[in-house]
Design a binder for this molecule. Structure first.
Ligand code: HEM
Length: 502
């Protein structure tokens, strides 16, 4: 035991000495040695399930294992229960999962100028092998200087006056969708699988921003359904190629990799087509954001297409899932629904929706915040550490993939009273029920890499909910709905809503 301890202390000193020399000599050889030292120095001591050589922990997600990849969140909850606030996991990639807000704060506050998100390597591989179509790797998948270049092009999206300038257009899209609801009810006034319908709203509402006009997704357009299935296929295949054995590295193209390529190509060509149409729209009608992009003469056409593709892609899925979950929770609780309806009658009545009125519906906004807490769309915030740091008393090395698991924190009694109860009151000012502490619920993440679409997403969602509840009430009688993972978290079963005309 003493020898073992002595050996360990010596090893730790070797690491300290190595780091000092490394500071002085930033050579390739040292980088290689560093990988070796990292491999054997720290992460092994972080608790985690038993590994199998080569497979790591993938066996836990095999048909014989206790977990399912699409229910990754349940696996995280269980691992947290078994191993505590920090867990080591190897699912194709090695990662450290943290379950407390202090660690999340430490990770996100040390982000620096270039927060490094684990890249979607299969997607990078596909884009790199098609340089005639892709000049850069994109906002989602890239890191470093190229990421910052693309990110700066989204700066204006986070400005209040830019989002405001689209309110009228997006309001018309929401009105159109309410008519669509009327004509898509079955004989019992049920709208089946609302999420599938909501994609049409989110495509159309953000299409106005990306492509400067109406795309026709709410009408029965074949292009709309094509985009819809391509987005679903793309998200699912990116998730499948991220976790698990990277067969594509050996030039073995699994169905997931093939689907990824096919979906990306479909989205890219549709985006090109939409952008072509946009060029013929009068500049005064195109909207400020698209004008800003199209007037940037230095912007490579391939970068313009990729940015528009990624923004459009990002805007559809998470926004629709959140609206679906929010309708689900409000439809299940008549007391909550009454408060929502009364507030909308009081604040909006039959009047127009303005930026001010979007802010005034405080109870509805609390329902939305509670929906983000109950069913966040991101499985967590993922970063590759840019420097070593102490997390839950363990030293975690530079270069480690850390996932801050907010969905688990959001359902942890340590941070939230009655965490499994939908209680919007938590988010009301002066409420006796306290809201979760900072860094527990972070639906749009935090820092330089946080979601640039937050302002638009909030506007589209609140606008939708107001328009919906001005016209309808709803109820739900099916089984309880949870989340499954498809890159984003989404409802795990169809939500069939009974619609009641007001
Ligand atoms: C309810 C809706 C949405 C939610 C919950 C959401 C959430 C998130 C989260 C958690 C991230 C990861 C941030 C990080 O790693 O720190 C992200 C990134 C991103 N989101 Fe959203 N998002 C939503 C809607 C949108 C919309 C409408 C857009 C369209 C502009 C958008 C565009 C993006 C982009 C481009 C990124 C990558 C940013 C980067 O890596 O720099 N999102 N979003």
């Amino acid at each position: 035991m003493a020898i073992h301890m002595g050996g360990r202390i010596l090893w730790e000193w070797i690491i300290v000495a190595f780091r000092l020399v490394e500071k002085l000599l930033d050579t390739k050889l040292f980088k290689l040695l560093n990988i070796f030292v990292n491999r054997f120095s720290c992460n092994n001591t972080i608790p985690g399930p038993k590994e199998i050589p080569l497979l790591g922990h993938l066996h836990l997600f095999s048909p014989l294992g206790p977990y399912k990849m699409e229910k990754l969140q349940d696996a995280f909850f269980d691992l947290h229960r078994q191993f505590g606030p920090i867990v080591r996991l190897k699912l194709g990639v090695e990662m450290v999962v943290v379950f407390n807000p202090e660690d999340a704060k430490t990770v996100l506050h040390s982000d620096g100028r270039y927060p490094f998100r684990p890249p979607m390597k299969a997607l990078l591989n596909y884009r790199k092998s098609n340089p005639q179509l892709y000049n850069r790797m994109g906002l989602f998948s890239d890191n470093g200087e190229d990421w910052l270049y693309m990110r700066k092009l989204t700066d204006s999206l986070v400005k209040a006056n830019v989002a405001e300038s689209y309110l009228q257009h997006q309001s018309e899209v929401a009105d159109h969708f309410m008519d669509y609801v009327e004509s898509h009810l079955n004989g019992e006034n049920i709208m089946e699988d609302v999420l599938m319908h909501l994609y049409k709203y989110t495509q159309e509402a953000f299409g106005v921003v990306c492509f400067g006009g109406r795309l026709g997704c709410i009408s029965e357009s074949t292009l709309g359904s094509k985009v819809n299935s391509a987005v679903c296929m793309s998200l699912e295949s990116i998730a499948k190629t991220m976790l698990g054995i990277p067969w594509w590295k050996f030039n073995i193209h699994t169905s997931s990799y093939k689907n990824l390529c096919q979906a990306q190509e479909c989205l890219r060509s549709v985006t090109e087509k939409y952008l072509e149409n946009a060029s013929s729209i009068n500049e005064s009608e195109r909207g400020v954001y698209l004008n800003f992009l199209l007037n940037n003469k230095e912007l490579d056409r391939r970068d313009l297409t990729l940015l528009s593709l990624e923004l459009f892609h990002a805007g559809i899925d998470a926004t629709a899932s959140i609206i679906a979950f929010c309708l689900y929770y409000i439809s299940k609780d008549p007391k909550v629904q009454n408060k929502v309806l009364n507030e909308i009658d009081d604040v909006i009545g039959d009047g127009d929706i303005t930026t001010e009125s979007l802010m005034k519906v405080k109870y509805l906004r609390a329902c939305l915040n509670e929906t983000y807490r109950m069913n966040p769309t991101a499985a967590g915030t993922a970063r590759i550490l840019s420097k070593p740091m102490t997390l839950s008393n363990y030293t975690v090395n530079k270069g480690t993939f850390v996932l801050c698991c907010h969905p688990a924190m959001c359902r942890d009694e340590k941070y939230v009273d009655d965490p499994n109860v939908f209680c919007p009151e938590r988010y009301l000012p002066d409420s006796p029920i306290s809201k979760p502490p900072p860094f527990v619920s972070l639906p749009f993440s935090n820092g330089a890499r946080m979601c640039p679409g937050k302002r638009f997403a909030q506007q589209e969602i609140i606008l939708f909910l107001i328009k919906f509840f001005m016209k309808f009430g709803c109820s739900y009688e099916g089984e309880e709905v949870g989340s499954i993972m498809r890159l984003n978290m989404m409802p795990d079963k169809p939500i069939n809503l009974k619609i009641i005309h007001r």
